[in-house]
Design a protein around this ligand. Structure first.
Ligand code: GUN
Length: 282
């Protein structure tokens, strides 16, 4: 079967361009949108993500404030900074890069961010709002996957959607978003009994397992759409996903590559959320 490759790089560029135009329109009204990015410690992977987020702000014409705090920062110090940013009307979005050092309670930190500035969509209020269909921020990776599907002309309503993975950042909000789009949704996880039996029912299969090349063609129905959230680096420094692309692609109607699929969408949706944050606050 011939399949199409869902081009996350192109779709994310399109979304960032739209954000840039919206930011420009605000600028003409004298409004500047500002994202505060906080990193605690110097984890190299986190530094790469944080830098990419700052670069995306620059591309879109947004202001970014950068707080690079030492590993020894106390929980109270971090909470005090978040309170200060919550109270600052010139700051629209607040992002605390995860993971945090072990001595800091991550849940408490997320809960402390004003839900109106929670551009990551991790606050219990944001998740609750998503759950009952009220306005609020949506976690960037799953929101990006919905955009990949919609902008590739893939209908969700009425489809069998199977999500593998139940994390708070991807799996759970992904299931809620697919449900909001009127998909019939099943969530699988490490305790699912016959995983293959379930995934083979999927018209749309979203894979967020965290194991390189775990999903082979025998997990996939002929003509399914496969979205790969995984990202791993093999021994030759080459990137791969949770899906064995070379084995699976021919069986699909559309599939995301790694790199260049879901990955670039997260930051594009963060930019989207930053623009939306101004609207939510005013
Ligand atoms: N760490 C890994 N992914 C993310 C993300 O999307 N947001 C934040 N804040 N931290 C992360």
């Amino acid at each position: 079967m011939s399949y199409s490759i869902i081009d996350g790089k192109a779709i994310s560029a399109q979304i960032k361009e739209e954000c840039k135009q919206q930011v420009l329109a605000y600028k003409e009204k004298g409004i500047e949108i500002c994202l505060a990015v906080i990193q605690v410690g110097a984890d190299p992977a986190s530094s790469v993500y944080v830098n990419n987020k700052k670069k995306a702000c620059e591309f879109c014409g947004m202001k970014s404030l950068s707080y690079e705090l030492p590993e020894e920062t106390t929980e109270d110090e971090l909470l005090a900074l978040i309170h200060k940013l919550n109270d600052d009307p010139s700051v629209n979005g607040i992002l605390v890069q995860l993971p945090l050092p072990k001595h800091i309670d991550e849940d408490l930190v997320i809960r402390t961010i004003d839900p109106k500035k929670d551009v990551d969509g991790f606050h219990t209020q944001s998740v609750g709002a998503l759950c009952i269909g009220q306005p609020g921020f949506v976690s960037c990776t799953p929101a990006g996957i919905i955009q990949l599907l919609k902008r590739s002309g893939i209908e969700i309503a009425g489809k069998e959607c199977v999500v593998i993975g139940r994390s708070n950042i991807v799996g759970k909000p992904m299931a809620l978003l697919l449900l909001r789009e009127n998909g019939t949704v099943t969530v699988c996880h490490s305790r699912t009994k016959d995983l293959k039996e379930v995934t083979k029912r999927a018209d749309i299969l979203i894979v967020a397992i965290g194991k390189p090349k775990f999903i082979t063609s025998d997990y996939v129905k002929e003509g399914a759409v496969v979205i790969d959230v995984g990202i791993h680096r093999n021994e030759n420094n080459k990137l791969c996903g949770d899906v064995d692309f070379d084995d699976v692609a021919e069986k699909t109607s559309a599939i995301t590559p790694v790199p260049g699929g879901v990955g670039p969408m997260t930051i594009a949706m963060l930019m989207h959320n930053c623009v939306a944050s101004y609207e939510l606050q005013n």
